[in-house]
Ligand binder design. Structure first.
Ligand SMILES: NC(=O)c1ccc[n+]([C@@H]2O[C@H](COP(=O)([O-])OP(=O)(O)OC[C@H]3O[C@@H](n4cnc5c(N)ncnc54)[C@H](OP(=O)(O)O)[C@@H]3O)[C@@H](O)[C@H]2O)c1
Length: 315
């Protein structure tokens, strides 16, 4: 630790958004293989409020007090011993433990250089949003051009990227969303939209090659009926009915891997080249973090929620 202090969000116990407290705490020091990052923006992911509520305590244990968040973009402030790949002042994004803070520590293994023309807000949407979509569609779901894919929750932090990535790949894209989001997902590249509030998707969709489910529950269970034999169901939320899927000749799995560094770079490049768009209309400051979590907890977000940590973003 140094004598330098930083503003950070701290959580002392499981509970509601009121457990997110802004405090001044000592700035950490990078160890071997790590860098200190000056955080410019942090992604607010649903997993962040699930952890804060204690819903994932068996799979993601925490030590109180902890700083929430994993997705960030920022600037390398200091190198730990032995670090030569990243230079002080370099713009980077990636994953870290605790990103709702002015400074965080990231392992160089989790760090990606930001391409030219990518903003810090855009970069903060990549891990946990675009990267999850990319990995589920292309690495786990093996989606190729010409296939038919259904994306449940097409307007959300993952779905808004999945829709655009599938469209970019040349797939025939069907998206589900509520009435207010139908025009939005059309703009993202869906060929066919289903208003889940008015229509049961299985009544109007059939023979799809891939379902990417970001909703879970009943939606996940009902999805098998619209997949053709040999097709795939990737769930981001719950365990799919594996035995029933096997009987039907469907490959069903819960997404369980992360995008590689190469994938993360490829996604960043797609955004920088404006081939896909990072939707981050809901931007909050560190002081507004409780509100940001309340919005995320509704489960009806549009695009990714982002915390702008720096007063003025460097890019
Ligand atoms: N396993 C993993 O690696 C992984 C990674 C990232 C995320 N996740 C999980 O995936 C889920 C989605 O994440 P996210 O960041 O996309 O969440 P989000 O930004 O909150 O978006 C959720 C979306 O779901 C839509 N929705 C809600 N109910 C629906 C229904 N019955 N049918 C269709 N759409 C519905 C909402 O659209 P409307 O407003 O139109 O209802 C909203 O746009 C979360 O539970 C998250 O924890 C898992």
């Amino acid at each position: 630790m140094t004598s330098k202090m930083m503003q950070a969000i701290q959580v002392y116990q499981y509970g509601g958004p009121e457990e997110l407290k802004i405090e001044n705490i000592p700035c950490p020091e990078p160890k071997e293989g790590e860098v200190l990052i000056r955080v410019e923006a942090a992604g607010v992911l649903p997993i962040d409020w699930k952890i804060r509520r204690g819903l994932t305590k068996n799979i993601v244990p925490v030590h109180f007090p902890y700083i929430p968040g994993s997705a960030f973009s920022g600037v390398v402030e200091k190198q730990g011993p032995g670090v030569t790949d990243f230079q002080i002042g370099q713009f980077v994004f990636g994953r870290a433990k605790g990103t709702y803070t002015e400074y965080t520590i990231s392992s160089v293994d989790e760090l990606i250089p930001m391409p030219e023309n990518l903003t810090f807000t855009e970069a903060a949407t990549i891990t946990g949003g675009a990267a999850t979509a990319y990995n589920a569609l292309f690495n786990e779901g093996k989606l190729v051009s010409g296939q038919k894919v259904l994306i449940h929750g097409a307007a959300g932090g993952v779905g808004s990227f999945a829709t655009q990535l599938a469209h970019w790949k040349g797939a025939n894209v069907i998206g589900t969303a509520s009435t207010k989001n139908l025009d939005f997902i059309r703009l993202l590249g869906t060929d066919h939209v289903v208003d889940y509030m008015k229509t049961q998707f299985e009544k109007v969709v059939k023979d799809v090659d891939l379902v990417l489910d970001t909703v879970g529950g009943d939606t996940l269970q009902r999805s098998l009926s619209i997949i053709k034999p040999g097709g795939t169901l990737i769930s981001l939320v719950g365990q799919p009915p594996i035995d029933k899927a096997k009987e039907l000749g469907i490959n069903a799995k819960r997404s369980s891997s992360f995008a590689s560094k190469e994938d993360l770079w490829a996604i960043a490049d797609l955004i920088a080249q404006k081939k896909i768009k990072a939707i981050a209309d809901n931007i909050f400051t560190l002081n507004e973090v409780q509100h940001a979590h309340s919005v995320s907890e509704t489960g009806h977000g549009r695009g990714r929620i982002v915390l702008q940590i720096a007063d003025t973003l460097s890019r």
